[in-house]
Design a protein around this ligand. Structure first.
Ligand code: PXP
Length: 243
């Protein structure tokens, strides 16, 4: 089955914010990324707005021709409000603290079950597909299925680190098991964090029923050398593998 590439454009906002003007223009980047083949645009607004701002979210919404995915922590009221104002195609719930450099763990879907059920219900009632960020841990996947979420997003940092250290088979095993269980329980499967041009193809080759990957950091870094149009095409090519 085809896997969609959602391009996370937070880093474009980080670069823009470094000078306070509107260069690079995140809305234009979103428009162009879609023209160049991105099958979705992901943004992750944080309360301090250090990269994507709440205004960016609303500015990007009308130019989406593919799928809009907003990530963030629903314990922040501002996050819930902006998602309900923008009504993206998908919201990805992430349990990160506001000052955190980047997301570094998935939900404890057992401990936070009631909170997740409540938030997922709120977003689904507004017609938004919900995905929740989880580690490749069977207990967490099993409990995720009881929250009513549509999908899980597998947190791929541990895969990326082990892959880079040369332990490809060991790296992928927990993800194969987590994805198989998620599929059996009726959940859709997304994945993200630290995926790059080296490790993406192997991940796609081994993970069945992978609906979407969201990729930011490595893709934007590669674009500096290769150009964003070419880079998006290169990432898409890694995903073009028959299951
Ligand atoms: N998924 C989630 C939940 C994230 O927080 C991030 C980073 O913002 C990503 C995916 C993308 O990770 P990367 O920037 O390493 O590609």
């Amino acid at each position: 089955m085809p896997t969609r590439l959602s391009v996370n454009i937070n880093k474009i906002a980080t670069l823009r914010n470094a000078r306070g003007g509107n260069n690079p223009n995140v809305v234009k980047t979103a428009v162009d990324a879609q023209l160049f083949g991105a099958e979705g645009i992901t943004v992750h607004p944080r309360p301090d707005e250090r990269h994507i701002t709440y205004k960016d979210v609303m500015d990007i919404k009308p130019i989406i021709t593919t799928e809009f995915n907003i990530e963030g922590n629903p314990s922040e009221k501002k996050f819930v409000d902006i998602v309900l104002a923008a009504i993206p195609n998908q919201v990805t719930l992430v349990p990160d603290a506001s000052q955190q450099l980047t997301s570094d763990h998935g939900w404890d879907t057992i401990q936070h079950k009631d909170f997740l059920i409540e938030m997922i219900g709120t977003f689904k009632k507004a017609g938004i597909r919900v995905s929740i960020f989880v580690d490749p841990d069977l207990k967490m996947v099993e409990a995720a299925a009881k929250t009513n979420t549509d999908r899980i997003e597998l947190y791929t940092k541990s895969y990326a680190c082990m892959f880079a250290a040369g332990h490809q088979e060991k790296a992928i095993q927990p993800y194969i098991a987590a994805a198989a269980l998620a599929h059996k329980l009726g959940l859709g499967i997304n994945a993200g964090h630290d995926l790059n041009l080296h490790n993406l193809r192997y991940f796609k080759q081994h993970i069945k029923h992978l609906d979407e990957v969201s990729i930011g950091h490595a893709l934007i870094c590669d674009s500096l050398y290769l150009g964003i149009e070419n880079t998006i095409q290169l990432y898409k090519r890694q995903l073009q593998i028959a299951e």
